[in-house]
Design a protein around this ligand. Structure first.
Ligand SMILES: [Zn+2]
Length: 597
């Protein structure tokens, strides 16, 4: 397995792979970027073309093409292997793909793939289904791109197709395609336009079906299956991902047809939720790739509600979010079909920042219930109530700029505004600070201790002071530099390492027949005796700091020795206090005291 991994690693350019996800900038021999795995303002995520490895000096994420793909796409090793092998043009041996534990999943995928083929064939044979899609304004290219199909009217068309091709019907049921009735299995999807749902690798994992003509439910999705978790899947992700990366922006819509229409009109960075609420998992998927999200939901009450709940999740994740309000009664589909992409552009340009959108909803509710058009026409009591509720909204916003923008909208409603606009603003700010203090107090008392601190990469290391870690790593870097390695070899033998990983790596480096030359450095990672040392070695090789010179090497060694002796002395002192000591211990203790006092 390790050989295959190395072969693939050699054939795939990590810089190229990573640049499909984040914007890389050249920095000396390496590239750097804002880390896709943690939130940061200055880039500490480095990619080395020479090593074909990445390392983040901020969160410690580290690895090769496999690690990167697994983490950014949430894939298993097997899945990443298959994707990368594909990309590298390497054929995987059959036993590699059948001996894995996800054998059963693989069989489900095959059934879904075959069913997709079946539905697409049926569409080609069914004139009225084609006609429906044409009436909806979908072009041949869009139908192809989204692999649309048709599930024929009847009870067992798919059942018989799958049977004929030797698929196990119990498994087809598990895949969510057929159901078990009193008289055997029957098709779940009947007389429906079929929308296959793909995973991030482009494999079909589920279907959505829209009834052709009248009937309930209008839309029917696959049930949750081992392959299909609704809360994780965004429809169109597979088709939209490269455009999302390019634009650093995603358009979020609700329905299949809205989504396909947007793609058809060139807005290929659109994805859709699948008739379920937008979840944190969805937001997480987007967070790594986008700088902003546009919500393009229906203009009706349900659409507003969906915008509010999706927006809140995106806001909590710190993703700038804008709400696109379409004219009453329009949805992206109807607008695009009537006016084309240029008809939608002005609405995108006028999109409301989510903070103001939420505020507007509170204000509108008061206006509606009072039957007036201007908040200044509300009676004083209603105005006070409105302010109270609006501030509750503002306090939930995390961005101070958003808060100020909202307060500016609200200021004219404050009684102090009559004195001066400035006074109106100040009184609201004061009220906001009071609410913030209160909600901070509530959060503190309700958050369990374990959840307060985010997990830090050093959480599982023994408590070794940072200075010691830095000194030890500086020495290791000296060993890794062809110029300083000869100077470091001798002094470093005197070091007692505080971190076992450092000791292990130093021991291995010193056991090499000769210090590695510049060219051999890139090979070191593949020769490591223990794979768990890879992140450490990657980080050392990619560290932009120069290696210590001869004098600094001596200093570091002396510093580490001193620390070890101090520790030993403390240990002995404790021991001596507890029990009468033997001659040897006493001698050692005094020796250490003499050396250091
Ligand atoms: Zn990071």
């Amino acid at each position: 397995m390790r050989n295959l991994r190395e072969e693939i690693r050699e054939r795939i350019d990590l810089v190229e792979l990573v640049s499909e996800y984040v914007r890389l900038e050249r920095a000396g021999k390496n590239y750097k970027a804002l880390c896709p795995f943690h939130t940061e303002r200055t880039p500490s995520f480095h990619v080395s073309p020479a090593l074909n490895r990445f390392h983040c000096f901020g969160c410690g994420a580290s690895g090769d093409v496999f690690t990167f793909l697994m983490r950014i796409e949430g894939l298993s090793f097997q899945e990443a292997l298959r994707r990368l092998a594909d990309r590298a043009g390497i054929e995987l041996r059959a036993d590699l793909s059948t001996s894995e534990p996800s054998d059963a999943l693989e069989r489900l995928r095959k059934i879904l793939y075959a069913s997709n083929f079946f539905y697409r064939q049926c569409l080609q044979r069914t004139f009225h289904a084609q006609q429906y899609l044409q009436e909806r304004g979908l072009t041949k290219e869009t139908i192809e791109r989204f692999e649309l199909g048709y599930a024929p009217d009847g009870w067992d068309h798919l059942v018989r197709f799958l049977q004929r091709h030797g698929f196990a019907l119990e498994e087809a049921q598990q895949a969510g395609l057929i159901e078990a009735g009193r008289n055997g299995y029957y098709d779940r999807f009947r007389n429906r336009i079929m929308f296959p749902i793909h995973d991030p690798s482009g494999r079909v994992i589920a279907f959505g079906g829209r009834i052709l003509g009248e009937g309930e439910p209008k839309y029917l999705n696959s049930p949750e299956t081992p392959l299909f978790e609704k809360r994780r899947v965004l429809y169109g992700w597979w088709q939209a991902r490269s455009a999302i990366l390019r634009e650093r922006t995603a358009l979020l819509v609700e329905g299949y047809l809205d989504l396909m229409m947007l793609h058809q009109y060139g807005l290929t960075h659109a994805v859709a939720t699948l008739g379920t609420a937008f979840t944190e998992e969805h937001a997480n998927r987007l967070r790594r790739l986008v700088e902003r999200v546009y919500l393009l939901f229906d203009s009706d009450a349900a659409g507003v509600k969906a915008s509010l709940s999706a927006g809140e999740i995106l806001m909590r994740m710190g993703i700038p979010t804008f709400v696109v309000s379409l004219p009453e009664g329009d949805d992206p589909d109807s607008l695009l079909r009537r006016e084309g992409a240029s008809g939608l552009q002005p609405f995108l340009a006028r999109a409301t920042p989510f903070a103001l959108f939420g505020l507007e909803q509170v204000i509108q509710r008061y206006l509606r219930s009072a039957g007036v058009n201007d908040p200044l026409d509300l009676d004083p009591f209603m105005r006070t109530e409105l302010l109270k509720e609006a501030l509750q909204w503002v306090v939930r916003l995390l961005n101070p700029l958003d808060q100020t923008a909202c307060l500016q909208v609200l200021a004219p409603l404050s009684p102090a505004y009559l004195t001066s606009p400035q006074a109106g603003m100040e009184s609201l700010q004061q009220e906001l600070r009071r609410l913030q203090r209160r909600s901070a107090g509530q959060r503190r008392s309700s958050t369990p201790v374990s959840q307060q601190e985010p997990e830090s990469p050093s959480a599982n290391l023994p408590a070794v002071p940072k200075a010691v870690i830095e000194a030890e790593q500086a020495l290791l870097r000296a060993l890794l530099n062809p110029e300083t390695a000869p100077l470091a070899l001798e002094p470093i033998r005197r070091v007692v390492w505080s971190l076992p990983q450092h000791a292990q790596l130093a021991e291995w480096l010193m056991s090499l027949p000769h210090p590695p030359s510049e060219r051999e450095l890139t090979q070191l990672l593949n020769q490591l005796p223990d794979e768990s040392l890879e992140p450490l070695l990657t980080q050392l090789l990619m560290n932009p700091l120069p290696p210590p010179n001869a004098h600094e090497i001596e200093e570091y060694v002396r510093y580490l020795q001193k620390r070890i002796k101090r520790q030993r002395r403390q240990q002995l002192a404790v021991q001596l206090r507890k029990a009468p000591a033997d001659e040897k211990t006493l001698q050692e203790y005094w020796q250490l005291r003499v050396e250091h006092d």
